[in-house]
Design a protein around this ligand. Structure first.
Ligand SMILES: NC(=O)c1ccc[n+]([C@@H]2O[C@H](COP(=O)([O-])OP(=O)(O)OC[C@H]3O[C@@H](n4cnc5c(N)ncnc54)[C@H](O)[C@@H]3O)[C@@H](O)[C@H]2O)c1
Length: 462
């Protein structure tokens, strides 16, 4: 099938690459000229595991073209809208890019178009899109509007797209449902050559859930808000654990063994971030407010999350005392591992708080430095975790990249001013860190004192 995708960000590029990989002909539009030039030249504008190789493969097979929004509207009957929906200052989702695309389709298209909102949007946006197309569209335009919320996670987007748990479509006609069924058939039946695994660990057929458009839109916001709630919940449990002397890792393990609860999203830390949870929780609160429903539960989720930054700084301050003039090594800037995305990352807020206190920040992230430079121009960026730790009073781990678990502790011990690790993600083993002469402080669990003095570490490491 000929399919267009509008918006070549994390969601749009993954959708494009994966739909082309399963055999469709894709046209992907991007309005940012620099990004489009890069894509047309075969250069990735973002980091996402496996995405580059899938895109290279489908372009070689002649299944993918990049170009303008106008061409995307002309080329295909099915158009996925994957543009951003960032938060406005009042918490509402900014739908101006969605409206811009709808206007372009209305003005330009003739014949049938299935307009699919994949961007995360407030409930009733589909209805608005329909109204917009009917008011502004030419008499030659025939259309259906469908919702197809996306559940992929940055860092594993290709895997998540090709091996999802469920595909949700919100439709109001059998034609729209049938077209979406055809588009996703290879994924629903798991019939494609997997570009990631030679033997896929998960070849379970996903559920294809067709609902009305309003319900599909709500499924996305409700799912993200629920997951955010789980994170804030375990963060409060972690705080309690610290006070009463319990271990949140054990508590989370015990809770997660109950299938009604599940173990996912029970990892305490510095809070949730990224381009989904913070803005989706805000937008969901606003939708509820405007609908006259009191969803103050989610306000609390948000408040707990916002409080994680000051709480973490306090943890650091209680160890280091005065932060002014102290070198602090920051390990990780991306909002999660395996992505270069720093949008709404708690690490960025923590670095800003450190700078406000007069600390000297030396930061390292395996992928996110370029994007971080745009929002944090005045810190020292380092080439690796060791360079960042040079002369540091404390190393703070803010993103749980795998490479931080594999550091050479002896080498590190020789570089730091004080062997102190504050692990904002509970990513490290307290025992291993302490055995290597570092003072370990995690989240919601006992800290571990160094088992060797620094001079002993130096002699052991010789
Ligand atoms: N990032 C995620 O993990 C994720 C997961 C699920 C859903 N979502 C949702 O998907 C949507 C997109 O998220 P993203 O992270 O891919 O955003 P993004 O900012 O990375 O990408 C959006 C892209 O759309 C482009 N664009 C805007 N208007 C355009 C137009 N008129 N024509 C062509 N291109 C246009 C922008 O230049 C940008 O490159 C959001 O609503 C988000 O909430 C994101």
């Amino acid at each position: 099938m000929n399919i267009s995708v509008i918006g070549a960000g994390y969601v749009g590029l993954t959708t494009t690459a994966c739909l082309a990989h399963i055999g469709h002909h894709l046209f992907c539009a991007e309005s940012d000229a620099e990004k489009l030039d890069k894509l047309q030249a075969g250069v990735m504008p973002l980091f996402e595991p496996h995405l580059e190789s899938v895109i290279r493969g489908v372009r070689k097979a002649g299944l993918l073209t990049f170009g303008s929004t106008e061409e995307a509207i002309d080329r295909s009957d099915a158009i996925f809208i994957c543009v951003g929906t960032p938060p406005l200052t009042n918490g509402d989702a900014d739908l101006s890019d969605i409206e811009g695309v709808a206007r372009a389709i209305a003005k330009r298209a003739s014949g049938y178009r299935l307009v699919i909102e994949k961007s995360t949007v407030p409930v009733q946006t589909g209805a608005r899109l329909r109204r917009h197309l009917s008011v502004h569209g030419t008499s030659r335009l025939k259309y259906d509007v469908a919702s197809n919320p996306e559940f992929l996670r940055e860092g594993s987007s290709v895997k998540d797209f090709l091996h999802p748990d469920r595909i949700v479509v919100g439709v109001d006609s059998t034609r729209a449902e049938s077209l979406l069924g055809q588009i996703y058939e290879p994924i629903v039946k798991q019939r494609f050559t997997c570009p990631i695994h030679s033997e896929c660990p998960r070849r379970k057929n996903p559920v294809f859930l067709a609902t009305d458009t309003n319900s599909a839109e709500l499924i996305k916001h409700a799912s993200n808000s629920f997951l955010a709630m789980k994170i804030s919940f375990i963060n409060m449990v972690a705080n309690l654990c610290e006070v009463v002397g319990a271990d949140v890792t054990e508590v989370a393990k015990g809770m997660g063994l109950d299938p009604r609860i599940g173990s996912a999203f029970l990892n305490p830390g510095i809070g949730f971030g990224g381009f989904c949870f913070p803005k989706d929780v805000q937008a969901f609160i606003r939708i509820a407010e405007k609908s006259g429903c009191d969803f103050s539960l989610l306000r609390e989720v948000e408040k707990i999350n916002q409080g994680r930054i000051g709480w973490f700084i306090e943890k650091l301050r209680s160890e280091v005392w005065v932060l002014r003039g102290k070198k602090i090594a920051v390990w990780g800037l991306a909002f999660k591992p395996n992505t270069d995305d720093v949008r709404f990352a708690p690490s960025i807020e923590i670095v800003k708080a450190l700078l406000a206190e007069g600390a000297e920040v030396r930061a390292y992230d395996p992928q996110a430095i370029d994007k971080a430079k745009a929002v944090l121009p005045n810190i020292t960026y380092c080439d690796d975790a060791y360079q960042a730790a040079k002369g540091a009073e404390a190393v703070v781990l803010l993103t749980e990249w795998e490479e931080f678990r594999k550091v050479d502790w002896c080498r590190l011990a020789r570089l730091v001013e004080r062997p102190l690790i504050i692990d904002g993600r509970n990513a490290l083993s307290a025992q291993v860190v302490a055995a290597n002469g570092f003072h370990y402080i995690g989240i919601g669990r006992a800290s571990a004192a160094p088992q060797l003095t620094q001079s002993l570490v130096a002699s052991v490491c010789e």
